[in-house]
Design a protein around this ligand. Sequence first.
Ligand SMILES: Nc1ncnc2c1ncn2[C@@H]1O[C@H](COP(=O)(O)OP(=O)(O)OP(=O)(O)O)[C@@H](O)[C@H]1O
Ligand SMILES: [Mg+2]
Length: 283
Amino acid sequence: MSAEAIIEVDNVSTVLGGHVIHRHLNLTVYRGEVMALIGGSGSGKTTLLRLLLGLEVPTAGSVKIFGHPLGRCAARDLECVRYRWGVLFQNGALFSALNVFDNVALPLRELKSVPDDLVKPLVMLKLAQVGLKPEDALKRPAELSGGMVKRVSLARALILDPQLLFLDEPTAGLDPDSAKQFVKLLRRLRQELELTVVMVTHDVDTLFAVVDRVAVLADQHIIACGPLADVARLPHSFVRNFFLGHLERCAEEDLRRFRLSLDDTSEDGGVPAVLREAEEIHH
Ligand SMILES: Nc1ncnc2c1ncn2[C@@H]1O[C@H](COP(=O)(O)OP(=O)(O)OP(=O)(O)O)[C@@H](O)[C@H]1O
Ligand SMILES: [Mg+2]
């Protein structure tokens, strides 16, 4: 892993509606890593993501993304930074009145600099890349399964080819099989697209499958941040309960075997090689 910091949260405090959500919170995310953010319900995980997206402003401290301080950089600078990240919101946040194609095309059309005749091939490639069929493009969100909603949201998050991907509970609400397929897809895309990922999750299997480091948000700040095996042994009540019954899986060898087993089974609904090549040509 290179030591280039992509996200730097420095001594942040956040007060919302008179409540202190974060106090002296520090977090650094490096290029190319998958960082999980775990913490109890109401501990401030989504609020932290909103700070990282510039949707919320910290009461004190600073947030830098790609070296740009959010909140202090010029509007134009912020726009440039924004196009370098994609977000998958907790519930998918698709527009119900738009079909799959238009939902995924939205960020491209907002950019205005992408010619109309390029929008269609780009969207169709992205849909294929997340394992959706061409005919899914015309479906409305209400006609999709939970797993498909996540895939469409992921396609939309990736449509501008971001370097940084934010995921809020990407596998929540999926049945175990769909969750596993989704995690396999993430593993593959992360490698293919060289993404840096920040993921809020309470799903232990997702952590074991894909994460490099885990940050624990408790008592209003990041109480620990490090490899799974180290964090899982932390003597803190939230951490102890979170990893209850899973500690033995943290051993390096077990983790490696589990991850290999995910890569083994071929079908993750992924993109056929021919489409992958087409995308490479496009870039
Ligand atoms: N705009 C707001 N005004 C006041 N309080 C807020 C606001 N947004 C969030 N909060 C409060 O901040 C706390 C943290 O909320 P947040 O959504 O960040 O938690 P979370 O860790 O994501 O929880 P969950 O796991 O349930 O999604 C909660 O107590 C919430 O009520
Ligand atoms: Mg949340």
